[in-house]
Design a protein around this ligand. Structure first.
Ligand code: BTN
Length: 252
């Protein structure tokens, strides 16, 4: 299986590394092109949210992928990226993280990293841009993120060098992207994600989908990475997109 040959383009400032990577994919960039920025002025998050990206406070990274496998398995790309971030932070900073479905990287219940995969039509076929934002420095967010966001510096006691985290991230993305493309790879990614996530099994959660909300208990992942949720009346619901929050038991 061919390795990703990463080419890394660095910018002091960009509106969004995802937008820049998508633009270059349309221009014909090869699989493996990585874009890194020191800050983003219009960082994009899931569900049309913004991703606050202050200067030198985080790793703002996107990679162009051109997957050859069937599109029904493409949701696994974000799970693969979440595993890669999890392992990169453990290896480079000794920070142990949790993964909230589908791809929020947490320490405790605070978010340390977000992942946004976007498809882009190119003359060489449909490509995927996987964008990863890792909070590296503490105290770089306004008070609206108190209690919600955290950083590697908060978790490890010191701010890591960006290049140390970047090197570990590119290497683990390369490794798990290869895994995903191998026979049996999708199952391996689902198993790997499940091992690293406390949300996979037995967590009581609420899922906000585009036009409905459901409460239930998590019961693992489907083969394509969708989340199985058992509602209180015993129905198994399969969630393919949505925002997960923990439902805390009522205190008595
Ligand atoms: C989320 O909402 O959790 C996803 C956030 C993804 C943020 C990253 S930062 C690098 C890349 N460029 C963007 O504009 N967004 C992603």
């Amino acid at each position: 299986m061919a390795k990703l040959i990463p080419e890394i383009l660095r910018f002091d400032s960009l509106p969004s590394t995802n937008l820049e990577a998508a633009r270059r994919a349309i221009e014909g960039a090869a699989e493996g092109l990585c874009v890194v920025a020191g800050e983003q002025t219009a960082g994009r998050g899931r569900m049309q949210r913004r991703w606050v990206s202050p200067k030198d406070a985080g790793l703002y990274f996107s990679v162009v992928l051109r997957p050859c496998f069937e599109q029904s398995s493409w949701p696994l790309l974000t799970l693969m990226a979440a595993i890669a971030v999890h392992d990169a932070l453990l290896d480079s900073c000794a920070v142990k993280t949790d993964i909230k479905w589908p791809n929020d990287i947490l320490v405790g219940d605070k978010k340390l990293c977000g992942i946004l995969a976007e498809t882009v039509e190119t003359s060489a076929g449909r490509a995927v841009v996987v964008g990863i934002g890792i909070n590296l420095a503490k105290n770089s967010f306004s008070s609206e993120f108190d209690g919600i966001a955290t950083s590697v510096e908060d978790a490890a006691g010191q701010k890591p060098g960006l290049d140390v985290v970047l090197k570990a991230l590119v290497s683990s993305l390369d490794c798990y992207y290869q895994t995903l493309r191998q026979p049996g790879g999708p199952e391996e990614i689902v198993r790997g994600w499940s091992r690293r996530s406390s949300y996979c099994e037995g967590r009581r959660i609420r899922v906000l989908e585009s036009n409905r909300s459901l409460v239930g208990t998590t019961r693992g992942l489907e083969r394509d990475g969708a989340l199985r949720v058992e509602t209180d009346d015993g129905e198994m619901r399969i969630v393919r997109a949505g925002d997960v929050t923990v439902v805390r038991p009522l205190s008595v």
